[in-house]
Write a protein of this length. Structure first.
Ligand code: FAD
Length: 779
C-alpha cells in the first residue's frame, strides 16, 4: 500500500515535471510570481551597466566546467612590424627623453620638447584607426607601449595612456557622427587637440551616475544664428589633462523643460565635446596627485551655451551618455592601469633583484637572506601572474570582446598586486628607495600606485560590488535569462522563458553540486584536461574542481541571499576573489603554454598558481564561515571540501627557487621583465644596476677566496680595498680577480649612492612663491 502511494507520488511529480504545460502552470508560474516580488529594482543606469560589455573566459569559469582547450586555443597576441618598430624606436626614444625625476620635480610636467615629440609621433592616437590618421594599433601594442613608458616615467605613461583610454576618441569612434569623426579624430591623432574627459563631480565620485551637473535644452544664438542648444553648468574635479585640454568631453544630466527635443523632460546623462576655448569654460588650475606631475585638475562652467550638435553622436544620442560610457569602459580599463602596473612591477623586479644581489650587509648579498627571499618570491610570483593577465586581457580586446567583468578583475588585481610588488621593492631597497632624487628608481612608482587604485573604478568598490555583482548576472548561464523573463511584459513568453531558464538553472546547480563533491573527494584526479604540459596538468584539474565549487557556491548564495547579496559586500567581494583568482590562474597557465613550456620558468608559474589557489580557497572558506545560515554553511563545506582544505601557502623551497631567479641574469629574468626600458648607459641608475649585477657575480669567486683566507687567518681584518690589495700581494687572488673586485666595488658604490641636496633644496634661488603656488583649498 505504502509502495503504491509512493510510486503514484513519484509518477505525479514526474508527470508535472515532464509535461511542459503542467510544469509551467504548477511550478514555474507561481515561482515566477515570487521571483518578480523579490527581484530588487534596477535603475536604468544599473541596467545599462549590466547590459554593457561581453562575456568571455569568465563565462567558462562560471560554468563549473571550463573548456581548457578553448583557453589554450585563444590566439597569442603578436605585434605587427610597424608596432614593433614603434616600440623599438619612437617609444624607446620617448623613454630616453623623459625621466621621472625631471618631470615630477623640476618641470611639473613633461618638458615642452617631450610633449611635442609625443604629439608629433602619434602617441595620442594609438587607438584611432589609420583612415583618420591614427596608428590603428592593437590593444596589445597599446598595452606594450604604456608598459614600457611606465617603466621609465609615470608622467609620460599617464599622458599617453589617458587619451587612448575611455575619452573623446573612444566615444567618437563608437558613437560620433561622421562630421564629428572627420573633424576631431585626425586632429586628435596628430596631437592638434589634447582631449580630457570630465565625469567626476565633487558630489559624485564612485556613484558617477548621480552627477548633478546640468544642461538645459534651450534656444540661443550661435555664430549669428538662432539654434537649439544647451546651457550647461558643471563643476568637475580630478580631470586628467583637464588643465591643458583643448577639447573637453563633458558628462552632464540633460533636461528639456520646453520639450524642444521630444516628449521627455529628464533626458538623462549626456556626453558632449566642448572646445576648451568656448566662452565660460574654466580650465587651468591643477591638483597635485601625490606629487605626480601629470596634468590633472578641476574644470567648471556656468550656463555655458553650446549647440545641440556638440552632443557626441548628435541630438539622437542625448540621454545615452551612461550607456555609451559603460559600453566603452571595458577596452580602456583592460589596458591602461593593468599596463602601468606591469610597467612599475617589471622595473621593480628587475632593478630590485639586481640591487638585492649587489647590496651587501653582514658580508652577504641581502638577496640571500631568507627574509628578503620571501619578499622577492612574492614579487616574482605576482609579476608572472600580472603579466600573464595583462596579455590575456589584451588578447580578449583584440578578439573584439568588451570584457566588462574581466576588465574589472584585471584593473583591480593588477593594481593591487602592483602595489604589493612595489611595496616589497621599497622594503628591500630600504633607505635607497626612500630618498627621492634622480638615482631613486622606485619612489615615484610607489607614490603613483594609489592613483591607479583610485581611478577607473576605485578598488574597494570594484571588488565589493562589481566583480561578482556584475559577474553573477552577466556570466551565469541562466540568471540573466531569468531576470529578463521576469521583466518580460508578454505573459506567455515570460512563462516559457522563465520555465526554460529555471529548470536549466536547477539542473546546472545540481550538476555542479555533484561534480564539486566528486571532484573534491577524488582530488580531481580524473578531471579532463587537454594536451598540456605534464607539469601543469594537475593545476588545470584543480581549477576545474574550484570552478564547479564556485559555480555551486554562487548559486546557493544567490538563492539564500537573493537581492540581499548586493548589500552583503564582504561575501560578494570574496566570491569575486574566487572568480578573479581562477581567471589569473588561467592566464598564468596559458602563458606557460604560449611561451613554449619554459621549464626554467616553472618556479614562477608554480608559486603564482599555488598562491592564487590558496587565496581562492581562503575566499571560499571566508564565504562559508560567514554564511547567514550555519546549516547551509555546514552543507557547503561538506560538498566543497569533503576531505578538508587542500592548499597551504607556497613552500619555502619554491620561494627560494623564485627569488634565486631574480638575483642573477637569466633568460627567465629577461622573459619576466621583457618590454621595459633598459638604458645601457652606466650613468643611468638602471644601466648602472645591470652592470653592477654582472660585476657582482663576476667578483663573487674572488670575494669567496678572500673570506676563506680571512677565516684561515691568512689575511688580517681590514677595509675592502686593503683586503683586496693584501690578497693580491699574498697570491690569494689573481690580478684578474683584483680587477673584477675593483669594478664590482666601483659599481656597487655607484648603485648604493642616494641623492642629497642643498639645505634649503635650492628654494632660495627659486622664483618668488616657490615652485608650488598657494593651494586654493588651504586659502
Ligand atoms: C589622479 C586622478 C585622476 C582622475 N582622472 C579622472 C578623469 O580624467 N576624469 C574623471 O571624470 N574622473 C577622474 N578621476 C576620478 C576618479 O574616477 C574618482 O576619483 C573615482 O571614481 C572615485 O571617486 P572619489 O575619489 O570621489 O571617491 P569616493 O567615491 O568618495 O569613494 C571613497 C571610497 O569609498 C569606496 N566606495 C564608494 N562606494 C562604495 C560602495 N558602494 N561599496 C564599497 N566601497 C565604496 C571607494 O571604493 C573608495 O575607496 C580621477 C581621480 C584621480 C584621483
Amino acid at each position: 500500500m505504502v509502495w503504491s502511494l509512493l510510486i503514484l507520488l513519484i509518477a505525479a511529480i514526474a508527470a508535472v515535471l515532464l509535461i511542459p504545460a503542467a510544469r509551467r502552470a504548477l511550478v514555474s508560474e507561481p515561482l515566477l510570481a515570487i521571483y518578480r516580488r523579490i527581484l530588487p529594482p534596477m535603475s536604468q543606469t544599473e541596467q545599462e551597466a549590466i547590459d554593457a560589455g561581453t562575456v568571455w573566459w569568465d563565462g567558462e569559469l562560471f560554468s563549473g566546467r571550463p573548456d581548457w582547450a578553448k583557453l589554450i586555443a585563444y590566439p597569442q597576441p603578436k605585434l605587427s612590424p610597424e608596432e614593433l618598430g614603434f616600440l623599438d624606436n619612437e617609444t624607446e626614444q620617448l623613454c630616453a627623453m623623459s625621466s621621472d625625476w625631471e618631470t615630477s620635480h623640476i618641470h611639473y610636467d613633461l618638458p615642452p620638447n617631450v610633449w611635442q615629440f609625443v604629439k608629433d609621433q602619434g602617441f595620442l592616437g594609438m587607438i584611432i584607426p589609420k583612415n583618420y590618421g591614427g596608428k590603428g594599433f592593437s590593444a596589445y601594442a597599446h598595452s606594450q607601449v604604456v608598459t614600457k613608458l611606465a617603466s621609465r616615467c609615470s608622467v609620460a605613461a599617464v599622458h599617453v595612456m589617458v587619451p587612448n583610454s575611455l575619452g573623446p576618441a573612444e566615444l567618437l569612434l563608437h558613437y560620433g557622427t561622421d562630421e564629428q569623426k572627420n573633424h576631431y579624430l585626425p586632429r586628435l591623432a596628430r596631437g592638434a587637440e589634447i582631449p580630457a574627459f570630465a565625469l567626476t563631480n565633487p558630489h559624485a565620485g564612485s556613484d558617477a551616475a548621480s552627477i548633478p551637473d546640468l544642461g538645459i535644452v534651450c534656444k540661443g544664438e550661435w555664430e549669428g544664428r538662432e539654434v537649439i542648444g544647451m546651457r550647461v553648468t558643471w563643476d568637475k574635479r580630478y580631470i586628467t589633462l583637464g588643465p591643458i585640454c583643448t577639447v573637453l568631453g563633458l558628462a552632464f544630466r540633460l533636461h528639456d523643460p520646453e520639450r524642444l527635443l521630444g516628449d521627455t523632460e529628464d533626458i538623462g546623462i549626456t556626453c558632449a565635446l566642448v572646445p576648451a576655448h568656448t566662452p565660460g569654460v574654466e580650465i587651468g588650475r591643477r591638483h597635485l596627485p601625490l606629487n605626480a606631475a601629470f596634468q590633472n585638475g578641476p574644470t567648471c562652467g556656468r550656463d555655458v551655451f553650446m549647440p545641440i550638435d556638440w552632443i557626441i553622436g548628435g541630438p539622437k544620442m542625448a540621454g545615452q551618455g551612461w550607456r555609451m560610457l559603460m559600453e566603452s569602459l571595458a577596452a580602456g580599463r583592460s589596458i591602461s592601469l593593468p599596463s602601468t602596473s606591469c610597467g612599475y612591477s617589471k622595473l621593480a623586479v628587475r632593478a630590485t633583484g639586481a640591487y638585492a644581489r649587489v647590496r651587501q650587509q653582514f658580508k652577504t648579498s641581502i638577496g640571500k637572506f631568507e627574509g628578503i627571499e620571501e619578499a622577492l618570491a612574492r614579487m616574482g610570483g605576482n609579476l608572472y601572474m600580472m603579466e600573464a593577465t595583462r596579455i590575456l586581457t589584451a588578447c580578449a580586446v583584440d578578439m573584439g570582446e568588451k570584457p566588462s567583468v574581466i576588465s574589472a578583475i584585471a584593473k583591480y588585481h593588477l593594481t593591487e598586486r602592483g602595489r604589493v610588488v612595489v611595496n616589497d621593492a621599497m622594503d628591500i631597497l630600504g633607505g635607497k628607495g626612500i630618498c627621492l632624487g634622480p638615482s631613486n628608481f622606485m619612489g615615484r612608482a610607489y607614490q603613483q600606485l594609489p592613483v591607479a587604485i583610485t581611478v577607473e573604478g576605485a578598488n574597494i568598490l570594484t571588488r565589493s560590488l562589481i566583480i561578482f555583482g556584475q559577474g553573477a548576472i552577466r556570466c551565469h548561464p541562466f540568471v540573466l535569462a531569468e531576470i529578463n523573463a521576469a521583466r518580460e511584459p508578454d505573459r506567455a513568453k515570460a512563462s516559457r522563458d522563465f520555465d526554460a531558464a529555471l529548470f536549466g538553472h536547477v539542473r546546472f546547480a545540481l550538476s555542479n553540486c555533484m561534480r564539486a563533491f566528486v571532484l573534491g573527494i577524488t582530488g580531481s584526479q580524473w578531471a579532463r584536461v587537454p594536451d598540456v604540459s605534464p607539469r601543469t596538468r594537475r593545476h588545470f584539474q584543480k581549477l576545474t574542481r574550484f570552478s564547479a565549487a564556485f559555480a555551486f557556491l554562487a548559486d546557493v548564495s544567490m538563492l539564500v541571499l537573493g537581492g540581499g547579496l548586493k548589500r552583503r559586500e564582504k561575501l560578494s567581494a570574496r566570491l569575486g576573489d574566487v572568480l578573479s583568482c581562477m581567471y589569473l590562474c588561467s592566464a598564468a597557465l596559458k602563458r606557460f603554454e604560449d611561451q613554449g613550456r619554459q621549464q626554467a620558468d616553472l618556479p614562477l608559474l608554480e608559486w603564482s598558481v599555488w598562491d592564487a589557489m590558496f587565496r581562492a580557497q581562503n575566499a571560499i572558506e571566508g564565504v562559508i564561515s560567514n554564511y547567514p545560515s550555519r546549516l547551509v554553511g555546514w552543507f557547503l563545506r561538506w560538498v566543497i571540501f569533503p576531505l578538508g582544505r587542500p592548499y597551504v601557502v607556497p613552500s619555502d623551497r619554491l620561494g627560494h627557487a623564485v627569488a634565486s631567479l631574480l638575483i642573477a641574469p637569466s633568460a627567465t629574468r629577461d622573459r619576466l621583465t621583457a618590454g621595459i626600458y633598459l638604458p645601457k648607459d652606466e650613468s643611468e641608475v638602471i644601466g648602472c644596476l645591470e652592470a653592477a649585477l654582472k660585476a657582482a657575480l663576476g667578483a663573487e669567486g674572488a670575494e669567496q677566496k678572500i673570506r676563506v683566507a680571512q677565516k684561515d687567518g691568512r689575511l688580517a681584518p681590514a677595509g675592502a680595498e686593503e683586503l683586496a690589495e693584501a690578497a693580491l700581494a699574498a697570491g690569494i687572488i689573481s690580478a684578474q680577480d683584483r680587477a673584477l673586485l675593483e669594478r664590482a666595488t666601483q659599481l656597487r658604490n655607484a648603485v648604493i649612492r642616494v641623492d642629497d641636496f642643498p639645505q634649503d633644496f635650492g628654494l632660495s634661488k627659486a622664483l618668488p612663491g616657490g615652485p608650488v603656488a598657494e593651494s586654493r583649498a588651504a586659502a
